[in-house]
Design a protein around this ligand. Structure first.
Ligand SMILES: Nc1ncnc2c1ncn2[C@@H]1O[C@H](COP(=O)(O)OP(=O)(O)O)[C@@H](O)[C@H]1O
Ligand SMILES: [Mg+2]
Length: 351
C-alpha cells in the first residue's frame, strides 16, 4: 500500500484553550482513496485538515505527505510547499476572474493551457471557460474549485464540508460527481463532513471523531453495521441499544427481548455482560421471527417506514424497538409482528 498522507500522534491545542482541538490523532491514507473525517460540529475535523494543509502547526506528532516529513519536532514545511489542493467550504473562488483564470490561478507549468483544458473536461465544464464565476450555480462553482485544486496534481485534495451549501438533489449529484472526478484523476481525497449520509456514500474509509479523538475507522459498511462504541452507533445512523449476556458458544446474546444473534464471537467471552447496538435495518418481518411485538406507532419517510414496536420484556416494562420496515408493508397501529434479527446488524459496543 502506498501511503499518501500519514499522521502520527498529532495533537493541537489552540492558544488559550485547555482542551486539545485534536488529540493524539494517527491516520494513514492510502494513495487513490477517499476518506471522510466525520463527526459533530467542534470535534476537530477542520483543525485536522488545516494541520495537514500546513495552516496550523501541531504541538506534537508528525505529518507526512507523500512519504516526506512536513511537520515534526524539528521540521516545518510551509503550506505552499506541501503539494496539497484545498477546496474550501465557501469555494473561495476569485470573483473578478473567469472560470479558466480561476482554474489556472497559481499554476506554474508551461503546459498551463492544456492542463486547464484537461481539468475543465474532467469536471464537465467544457464551454464555460470565459464565464464569470458569479454567474455559476453552486454545483458549478464547486466544480471550478475542485478543478483548481486538481490542476496542480497535488498529493492530496482536502475538501471541507463540500456538500453543506447544496440542496438535497444537487447534493446527491455532487456526491457522485466528486467521487467520479477524484477517482478519474487518481487523486487522494480527504473530506470533512458532519453528515453521515455524505460520508457513507462517498468514502472508501470513514474516520469518526469526537472531542478531537478518533472513535473508529473503517469502511462505510463496517462503521454502519458494526459500530464499536455507543457514540458511533448513535451518530452514524440510529440504533437500538441494549444489554445482554453472552450465551455458551458465543453466537447468541440473551437480552430482555430474547436471544439476539451475534457474529462478533472473537471479541466476546461466554457469560460476559455486553452492550449491543441493533440497527433498525437489521429486522425482518417473518413468521419464523423469534421476537414478537406490537406496532405502537410508525411514520412514513419515503424510503422506509420508521416503526416503533413494543416488545414485552422479562422485566415489567415494555421495550420499544425502532424498526425500519419496507414501505410496501401495510402497517397498522396495534398489528402484531414477528421479527427476526440479522447478525449483520448487531454490534458489540463499548460504553
Ligand atoms: N482559531 C481557533 N482558536 C481557538 N479555538 C479554535 C479555533 N478554531 C477552532 N477552535 C476550537 O477547536 C475545536 C475544534 O474545532 P474545528 O476543528 O473547527 O471543529 P469542526 O471542524 O469539527 O467543527 C472547537 O472546540 C473549536 O471551538
Ligand atoms: Mg469544520
Amino acid at each position: 500500500m502506498e501511503t499518501a498522507i500519514e499522521l502520527k500522534g498529532i495533537t493541537k491545542t489552540y492558544k488559550g484553550e485547555k482542551q486539545a482541538a485534536v488529540c493524539n490523532v494517527s491516520l494513514k491514507v492510502k494513495r487513490g482513496s477517499i476518506i471522510t473525517l466525520l463527526g459533530p460540529s467542534g470535534c476537530g475535523k477542520t483543525t485536522t485538515l488545516r494541520l495537514i494543509a500546513g495552516f496550523e502547526r501541531p504541538e506534537s506528532g508528525e505529518i507526512y505527505v507523500g512519504g516526506q516529513l512536513m511537520a515534526g519536532e524539528k521540521t516545518w514545511v510551509s503550506a505552499e510547499k506541501r503539494k496539497i489542493g484545498m477546496v474550501f467550504q465557501d469555494y473561495a473562488l476569485f470573483p473578478h476572474l473567469n472560470v479558466e483564470e480561476n482554474i489556472g490561478f497559481g499554476y506554474r507549468g508551461k503546459d498551463k493551457k492544456e492542463r486547464v483544458q484537461e481539468v475543465l473536461e474532467l469536471v464537465n465544464l467544457h464551454g464555460f471557460e470565459r464565464k464569470g464565476v458569479h454567474h455559476l450555480s453552486g454545483g458549478q462553482q464547486q466544480r471550478v474549485a475542485l478543478a483548481r485544486a486538481l490542476a496542480k496534481r497535488p498529493e492530496v485534495i482536502l475538501l471541507d464540508e463540500p456538500f453543506s451549501n447544496l440542496d438535497t438533489n444537487l447534493k446527491q449529484t455532487m456526491r457522485n460527481e466528486v467521487k467520479r472526478i477524484l477517482k478519474k484523476a487518481n487523486a487522494t481525497g480527504i473530506l470533512v463532513s458532519h453528515d453521515q449520509k455524505d460520508a457513507l456514500a462517498i468514502s472508501d474509509e470513514i474516520v469518526v471523531m469526537k472531542d478531537g479523538i478518533i472513535q473508529q475507522k473503517g469502511s462505510p459498511k463496517k462503521i454502519y453495521q458494526f459500530p464499536n462504541n455507543a457514540f458511533v452507533a448513535g451518530f452514524v445512523g440510529e440504533s437500538n441499544m441494549m444489554r445482554g449476556i453472552v450465551l455458551p458458544g458465543k453466537r447468541w446474546i440473551a437480552t430482555d427481548i430474547g436471544k439476539i444473534p451475534c457474529n462478533q464471537y472473537h471479541i466476546i467471552s461466554e457469560g460476559e455482560e455486553v452492550l449491543i447496538s441493533l440497527r433498525p435495518s437489521g429486522f425482518e418481518i417473518t413468521e419464523e421471527g423469534e421476537i414478537e411485538g406490537m406496532v405502537e406507532s410508525f411514520s412514513y419517510v419515503g424510503e422506509y417506514l420508521e416503526a416503533r414496536v413494543g416488545v414485552s420484556s422479562e422485566k415489567k416494562e415494555k421495550i420499544s424497538l425502532l424498526v425500519y420496515v419496507h414501505p410496501n408493508e401495510n402497517l397498522k397501529q396495534g398489528d402484531l409482528l414477528k421479527l427476526r434479527v440479522s447478525a449483520n446488524f448487531v454490534s458489540v459496543v463499548k460504553n
